[in-house]
Design a protein around this ligand. Structure first.
Ligand code: NAP
Length: 283
């Protein structure tokens, strides 16, 4: 057994950043510099790290980025007022509210305040609706699942007619992932913590997307030989980053994304892409 072909998300994300640089140069010729504003509430170290890496990625391709940092006890009303200000600022193409928000703030309410045309995370109900009505090209699609579709596409994997199983039903990963695979004509099953016979569902999958958040959960004998396995999980075990899929799955899968270096870099690349699209749409 040769083992799975590794889908190199780091390399594919680097290709996308190169392509975006060229598009940004074209926009600059028309005096447009794409701008992303990240709203960060509180001092959660993980959120701060994510925001820093988003800023670095923006700088590398030529996107203007700005962080609006608010104290962790900021009122929901103040946060909403800031977002409304950003909605009407023509210099701001993309607005991203870093999640999770502190417990006293209702993130559903806050996310609905973002202008859908600037919602580069794709979480606004208008954008969710566009995805599920087959109009994803007109709105914004969440970055992690759209990054996964890009990985499949650039690896030459066509979902049409295949059995796709998505484990996890979050608004950020699982649900939009299922929507995109359905739009690509896969036959889609969504599994979650109440699913019965999870292993059996997994074994039916030609494409298995795992977004659970439990380290090394998916085992080798749950996976159909030759299947495409996309590991979205990011778990820290004894300080080491690992996915939701056990290493042993590499022996049976046809393709697999590593953790780190698989889905993660694609998420940021798609955020950059959405920001560039938002800027292009102002033309
Ligand atoms: P989430 O909101 O916590 O959702 C987890 C999902 O997994 C839920 O739908 C849950 O089911 C399901 N689940 C939990 N235990 C299960 C079990 N034993 N069997 C079957 N399903 C189970 O997490 P998320 O935001 O989607 O993220 C999932 C993972 O992806 C995390 O590790 C996260 O860090 C990672 N992630 C990575 C990236 C990236 O860029 N690489 C981006 C986003 C997230 P219920 O709905 O029934 O509770």
């Amino acid at each position: 057994m040769l083992g799975a072909q590794i889908i190199d998300g780091k390399a594919i994300a680097a290709d996308i950043r190169r392509e975006l640089k060229a598009e940004i140069n074209e926009l600059r010729k028309q005096d447009i510099v794409p701008g992303l504003t990240v709203v960060l509430v509180g001092d959660d170290p993980a959120s701060q790290t994510y925001v820093r890496s988003k800023q670095r990625a923006c700088a590398e391709v030529g996107i203007r980025s700005e962080v609006k940092a608010l104290a962790k006890d900021v009122s929901q009303a103040k946060l909403i007022a800031l977002i409304e200000e950003l909605n009407s600022d023509p210099e701001v193409n993309g607005i991203l509210v870093q999640l999770p928000l502190p417990a006293h703030i209702d993130s559903d309410v806050v996310l609905r305040v973002i202008d859908p045309a600037k919602d580069v995370d794709g979480f606004h109900p208008v954008n969710v609706g566009s995805l599920w009505t087959g109009l994803a090209g007109q709105g914004f699609v969440p970055c992690t699942p759209s990054g996964i579709m890009e990985l499949l596409h650039r690896t030459g994997i066509q979902p049409e007619g295949l059995n796709a199983v998505v484990i996890g039903r979050s608004n950020i990963v699982g649900k939009p992932m299922a929507g995109l695979l359905l739009q690509s004509n896969a036959t889609v099953t969504i599994c979650h913590s109440r699913t019965q016979g999870l292993e059996e569902h997994c074994r039916q999958a030609d494409i298995l997307v795992v977004a659970i958040g439990r380290a090394r959960f998916i085992q080798r004998d749950w996976v159909k030989p030759g299947a495409v396995v996309i590991d979205v999980g990011m778990n820290r075990v004894d300080g080491v980053l690992c996915g939701d899929v056990d290493e042993s799955v590499r022996q049976v899968a046809g393709y697999i994304t590593p953790v780190p270096g698989g889905v993660g870099p694609m998420t940021i690349a798609q955020l950059l892409r959405n920001t560039v699209i938002a800027a292009q749409r102002t033309l």
